[in-house]
Design a protein around this ligand. Structure first.
Ligand SMILES: Nc1ncnc2c1ncn2[C@@H]1O[C@H](COP(=O)(O)OP(=O)(O)OP(=O)(O)O)[C@@H](O)[C@H]1O
Ligand SMILES: [Mg+2]
Length: 249
């Protein structure tokens, strides 16, 4: 589904990603962990097509198609979804209108008709319920005045509506209270199927109790230095990152 080959990227002449290789197959959940500043958010931004980074080498494939040159919108239409570490506020655009527009733009790009209004309404209700979202959020301006946890939950709502092929969740767990963490994680689990994949970036094992990864990767200083199963996350929680550094030396 998603294949990253020898990805090198820099910002303002500083190399941040130093040769990332990653393959995520349909039906899989991968987790990336790693110290602050390792390049996790950079990697997710680059997959989504953020143009502030210069990709100097490497390729990104989605379902076998090279997408490195595609604009962020095109990637979204092809099924790449990124939940940001820091979601943006869009005053004057309601949660409902934002998602309606996003869905219809995506349908248009894929040669489909607009979704009929009643179908859209039904879908919105269904997904809001899945994530136990308060209805009043749906008419509020996107993220404006939302608490940290509300923003995160709203992003998962957008993901639920858009049904992406690959969902990248960058620290979706940070700032969520215990109940919200469970609700959001269960939402992700319910959306998971054999035809999509999830990449979660997290600092804590806790989220991975709910969203159980098939593979865990450690990103350090722009490289994936270790990969393993869910057990690796437990080991990291216990030992921190230094033992990996020692192992590498
Ligand atoms: N636009 C930018 N300008 C300058 N430096 C940048 C920019 N974007 C990222 N960096 C640098 O790249 C490095 C990687 O940042 P990134 O946000 O990818 O880290 P991260 O692994 O997500 O960290 P965290 O766990 O703290 O979220 C950092 O040193 C950061 O300062
Ligand atoms: Mg980050």
């Amino acid at each position: 589904m998603l294949q990253i080959k020898n990805l090198h990227a820099s910002v303002e002449d500083k190399e941040i990603l130093k040769g990332i290789n990653l393959e995520i197959k349909a039906g899989e959940v991968h987790a990336i962990m790693g110290p602050n500043g390792a390049g996790k958010s950079t990697l997710s931004s680059i997959i989504a097509g953020n143009e502030n980074y210069e990709v100097s080498q490497g390729e990104i494939f989605l379902d076998g198609e090279e997408i490195s040159e595609f604009a962020p919108e095109e990637r979204a239409h092809k099924g790449v979804f990124l939940s940001f570490q820091y979601p943006v506020e869009i005053p004057g655009v309601s949660v409902t209108n934002f998602i309606k527009t996003a869905i219809n733009e995506s349908r248009k790009a894929n040669g489909k008709e607009e979704m009929p209004a009643n179908e859209m309404l039904k879908l919105i209700r269904e997904k809001a319920e899945l994530l136990e979202m308060d209805r009043k959020f749906l008419s509020r301006s996107l993220n404006e005045g939302f608490s940290g946890g509300e923003k995160k939950r709203n992003e998962i709502f957008q993901m639920a509506m858009l049904e992406p092929k690959i969902a990248i969740l960058d620290e979706t767990d940070s700032g969520l209270d215990i109940d919200a963490l469970r609700i959001v994680a269960n939402g992700v689990n319910k959306l998971k199927n054999e035809n999509n994949a999830v990449l979660v970036i997290t600092h804590y094992q806790r989220l991975l109790d709910y969203i159980v990864p098939d593979f865990v990767h450690v990103l350090m200083d722009g490289k994936i230095v270790k990969s393993g199963t869910a057990a690796l996350a437990l080991e990291l929680e216990e030992k921190g990152y230094d033992w990996i550094k020692n192992e590498l030396n």
